[in-house]
Design a protein around this ligand. Structure first.
Ligand SMILES: C[S@@+](CC[C@H](N)C(=O)[O-])C[C@H]1O[C@@H](n2cnc3c(N)ncnc32)[C@H](O)[C@@H]1O
Length: 320
């Protein structure tokens, strides 16, 4: 087990989840597959099982980014940070991101979050959760979350999201949701590429886009979601020279010629109902070309699994 990727939910959050909202720990992978219509009882189960995992993934990824001096230098003086979460669900990744920001940005006072999801129960829960989090003594930030219920069926709703926003975001993210668009064939083209093409123009010049998803296989296909994600994002980046990948670092060198490989990373999360719960995800972190060049000036790409068949497919993220 990689101890550097092991996280424990803070005590105040453990209390909110399991005492105040009666969250239930009960992994049931088949039912988590498609979520917009899941009722409130399911949300409680999601809260006790999957919320902590999303918290840990986001806390881990954001902390890793903020320990890169060349990235943190751009944010260190900020008093206010804007976040967009595409398909937020109950928002575990929002809380994980905010706690990491609070830990690393001493001047930060306020966080504004635009969060979109189709599940009304999840969105309502998120609204109440934020009131509870704002009342916690350990949280010194003023957190403003604007959760919006929107069922995305066509490109029109993606355009609606763009029209609903009027800021540039420092952190844009989607955690474990776009696979559901792929599975349901919501769009004819690659969902990761299409969603990126709508949302990336909202990214601040010093911001990052974290695209994180599950590592399982698409039903009735030989493809795994990370391959579909990498293929879609690489296509997007081939057409948009303004952006580049910083994590995995090997994508920085190969994304414009790579067709999309498999990758995965593992996080461990502990809370009162489970120790070392395992979460396996695949993620890319993308930013403007200028920022990427600053963060990875002399990037070495020897660990790329697309070009080196001996490279370990489950260790793609540690090659800085
Ligand atoms: C597995 S959950 C992940 C939620 C959250 N990002 C997390 O990591 O905990 C997937 C989310 O995507 C949302 N979703 C799926 N398809 C959607 C659609 N077509 N429009 C809007 N939201 C959708 C679901 O409602 C659900 O909350």
């Amino acid at each position: 087990m990689d101890k550097t990727k092991t996280y424990t939910i803070p005590k105040w959050l453990d209390k909110i989840l399991f005492d105040d909202f009666n969250a239930v720990y009960e992994p049931c992978p088949t039912e988590v597959v498609y979520n917009p219509d899941q009722p409130y009882d399911f949300v409680k189960l999601y809260l006790g099982t999957y919320f902590p995992r999303s918290y840990a993934e986001a806390y881990g990824i954001t902390t890793r980014l903020l320990t890169l001096k060349s990235f943190a230098n751009h944010l260190i003086d900020l008093e206010e940070v804007n976040i967009l979460d595409f398909c937020c669900g109950t928002g575990g990744e929002i809380i994980g991101t905010i706690v990491a920001l609070q830990d690393h940005l001493p001047n930060l006072k306020r966080v504004n979050v635009d969060a979109f999801d189709a599940n009304i129960d999840a969105v309502c829960f998120l609204y109440h959760l934020i009131s509870s989090v704002n009342a916690v003594d350990d949280i010194r930030l003023d957190i403003n979350v604007n959760p919006q219920c929107i069922y995305i069926e066509t490109e029109q709703e993606l355009q609606d999201i763009v029209n609903l926003t009027n800021v540039q975001y420092h952190f844009m993210m989607s955690y474990k949701a776009i696979n559901e668009f792929v599975q349901h064939k919501t769009f004819e083209s690659n969902a990761y590429e299409l969603i990126a093409s709508y949302l990336f123009p909202l990214l601040s010049s010093c911001g990052v886009f974290i695209m994180c998803d599950v590592t399982s296989k698409l039903a009735n296909s030989s493809l795994f979601y990370p391959q579909i994600m990498n293929s879609g994002l690489n296509n997007f980046l081939k057409k948009n020279s303004r952006y580049k990948t910083i994590i995995p670092a090997s994508c920085f060198s190969y994304e414009r010629k790579c067709f999309g490989c498999y990758m995965q990373d593992t996080f461990y999360v502990s809370h009162r109902k489970k120790s070392y719960d395992i979460s396996k995800v695949a993620y890319r972190v993308i930013c403007t070309q200028e920022l990427a060049d600053e963060i990875l000036p002399n990037n070495s790409s020897k660990a790329c699994r697309a070009t080196n068949i001996m490279a370990d497919k489950s260790l793609p993220y540690n090659n800085y």
